[in-house]
Design a protein around this ligand. Structure first.
Ligand code: PLP
Length: 430
């Protein structure tokens, strides 16, 4: 059981004076589960320690980026080497080329890309190109999908927006929000009807190929193919937002996992190995629209930052196909183990994974989309989350967020986790 959290509490009291809600990103505030977040102090491998010395096996992993676990030596050494040469230049470096070459080798459908510093920048820029290429203004996204906090995406968005129950954000001009159409994930019929109703105006269909921002919801067979056909039919560009899924659901991302090729792809999280890197890319004819070759403007002072590039290169190099496979095998054991624990206790429960991205709902069947996921027993999730935390397992603090494993989650960590979560579920049920 975890120890008292006096030091975390003291830091959070000061944080609340300085930051809205005491945090620099809303999901960190534990709004979906109640209580106060702990304050992280250090991490190593699959584990992190808070400011009071409590240890957690971590399944949040900085919300996805830490695919090798916390503080992997290869990444620390690479960043250190890069840092000795300078922290930023604002002019091309060889490191940018090295990281880009590794990305296109794994995902050959990308002919050109551009590095940015956050997933939000990547998705926002991809939509801007789609609008420029097509000369159209509307986009279609899916209910519960989150693509960052750019104005056009804060319409029925997932992640913290859903956890906090905010349907749309104030501050987004109504005229802009009206250009964002939404459809239910995994419902091709409705998606077709909505897309066709605005077909001459539709610039892009953007989707998380595996939904992670309203809990873990995989695409049904044929859904992504259907979106590909619909984009071709309407003349819209298909954008896969792989900020969460990239290098996680399969070595080669969604194209390898599902055999469907988008026009544009966005990345974040894993691509920077825990430092701020994101990217967007696609066919050369599309990417050539971007300045300075084309007229679609997008820029960034710290884009392609050498420390961040070094972390990305070291991460992708260490994430070999065999390391990836081992990580997926452990994820499979974890998910199977959880299903068995819940079944033994007779709790309505569903869990699944694609690669090392996984999730569960306290619900008797697999939800197909956010609308169905909302029927999950959120009260039980809250109890389970806190019981898990007390026993040293850190799960995402919302029923509507995906979870992740890393290459550092070996047999021992998974066995320990299953042990602790079995106790946590018993405690949550009493
Ligand atoms: N797209 C997806 C699928 C995400 O999950 C996120 C963040 O969680 C983003 C975009 C936004 O990325 P960032 O938080 O780096 O701006």
């Amino acid at each position: 059981m975890s120890r008292p959290s006096a030091r975390s509490h003291e830091i959070m009291e000061r944080s609340r004076q300085l930051f809205p809600g005491g945090v620099n990103s809303p999901v960190r505030a534990f709004g979906g589960v109640g209580g106060e977040p702990f304050v992280a102090e250090r991490g190593k491998g699959a584990r992190l320690w808070d400011a009071d010395g409590n240890e957690y096996i971590d399944y949040v992993l900085s919300w996805g980026p830490l695919v090798l676990g916390h503080a992997p030596k290869v990444v620390l050494d690479a960043v250190d080497r890069a840092m000795q040469l300078g922290t930023s230049f604002g002019i091309p470096t060889g490191l940018e080329v090295q990281l880009a070459e590794r990305v296109v080798e794994r995902m050959p459908h990308l002919e050109m890309l551009r590095f940015v510093s956050s997933g939000t920048e990547a998705t926002m820029s991809a939509v801007r190109i789609a609008r420029a290429m097509t000369g159209r203004d509307f986009i279609l996204k899916f209910d519960g999908c989150y693509h960052g906090h750019a104005d056009s995406f804060l319409v029925r968005a997932g992640s913290g927006v859903a956890t906090l129950g905010l349907p749309n954000s104030p501050g987004v001009p109504k005229m802009l929000a009206a250009l964002t159409l939404t459809a239910p994930f995994n419902d091709l019929e409705q998606t077709r009807a909505i897309a066709r109703s605005q077909a001459p105006q539709l610039a892009a269909i953007i989707v998380e190929p595996v939904c992670g921002n309203c809990g873990y919801i995989p695409p049904e067979p044929g859904f992504l193919d259907g979106l590909r056909d619909l984009a071709d039919e309407t003349g819209a560009l298909l954008i896969f937002d792989e900020v969460m899924t990239g290098f996680r659901i399969a070595y080669g991302g969604a194209v390898e996992a599902f055999g469907v090729t988008p026009d544009l792809t966005t990345f974040g999280k894993v691509i920077g190995g825990g430092l701020p890197v994101a990217a967007y890319g696609g066919r050369a004819e599309i990417m050539k629209q971007v300045a300075p070759l084309g007229t679609v403007y997008q820029a960034g002072t710290l884009s392609g930052n050498p420390l961040a590039m070094a972390a990305g290169i070291a991460t992708l190099d260490a994430l070999t196909p065999s390391v990836h496979r081992a990580m997926v095998d452990q994820t499979d054991r974890l998910v199977g183990g959880l299903q068995a624990i819940a079944a033994a206790k007779g709790v309505p429960f569903t869990a699944g994974h694609t690669g090392s991205m996984w999730g569960f709902f306290f619900l008797g069947r697999n939800p197909r989309n956010f609308g169905e996921a909302k029927a999950a027993d959120v009260a039980l999730f809250r109890k389970f989350f806190h019981a898990a935390r007390e026993r040293g397992v850190y799960l995402a603090p919302s029923q509507f967020e995906a979870a992740f494993t890393s290459a550092a989650h070996g047999k021992r960590e998974i066995d320990e986790t299953l042990d602790r979560l079995e106790q946590a579920l018993s405690a949550a049920l009493t």
